[in-house]
Design a protein around this ligand. Structure first.
Ligand code: FE2
Length: 233
């Protein structure tokens, strides 16, 4: 039994991919896989004798391309994605409150957490929350593209994620400082962007970031809306 996910990293985009293993059989789920790591990820699954049943996305990423389509083909898994992200070829469109079941009794709860993008979700599994780019360790995802909204992100974090148990482990989609995991209790107290801030204060802070457009955005978003497969595939 492993109540922690396996955490894998892509140095180029500072992206975390997670493998969740069922408590009582060899079923596994992968979250936010990256295109050029599909072989690495399959090797992990093979080494542990795991059967991949679902590939989950937290949103349509702008900074890297997913391997969801490829993993789905090779491992015969199902791609399950947030319904608000325009990822049409997925097998399952997920909405707030949905449950993804795998193994004999494992359950992943879907929390709609808009703000970074309108469709973004977080996934809650056995005391772990996979927050995508909604809540990062000591930060949060940007809210200035892909129908992002600082007000929505504030509500998602303070109204949903921060209501989870303080001991819930936070596993983000990215980290740029070498951090790997946090907790809801810690982020509630110490998150530099969100802790002890009003919505107005947070929105002003986000509006002043003036971040450059991600280099891969024009390629990555349409690719990810096709599960990372060439269009027409
Ligand atoms: Fe993102």
């Amino acid at each position: 039994m492993n109540i922690n996910p396996i955490q894998l990293f892509d140095v180029e985009s500072s992206t975390f991919t997670y493998i969740l293993i069922a408590d009582d059989d060899k079923s596994a789920v992968i979250i936010d896989p990256v295109d050029h790591h599909w072989e690495r990820d399959l090797l992990h699954l093979q080494r542990l004798g795991l059967t991949l049943v679902y590939v989950l996305e937290t949103h349509a990423h702008a900074d890297h391309v997913t391997s969801a389509g490829k993993l789905r083909q090779i491992a015969h898994a199902q791609a399950a994605v947030p319904s608000g992200c325009g990822i049409v070829p997925a097998d399952v469109q997920l909405d707030d409150g949905d449950i993804v079941r795998f193994g004999a009794r494992d359950q992943i709860a879907v929390l709609h957490t808009p703000g970074h993008t309108a469709g973004s979700v977080s996934y809650l599994w056995r005391g772990n929350v996979f927050t995508g780019d909604t809540l990062l360790i000591d930060g949060c995802g940007r809210t200035d593209f892909q129908s992002g909204s600082s007000a929505a992100l504030y509500d998602s974090v303070t109204g949903k994620l921060f209501t989870l148990h303080d001991a819930t482990k936070v596993w983000p989609a990215h980290d740029y400082k070498g951090q790997s995991v946090s907790t809801i209790g810690w982020e509630k107290q110490h998150n530099a962007r969100l802790a002890h801030r009003s919505k107005e204060d947070f929105s002003m802070l986000m509006a002043g970031l003036n971040l450059p457009k991600p280099k891969l955005m024009d390629i990555a978003v349409p690719a990810n809306q096709n599960l990372g497969l060439p269009h027409g595939a």
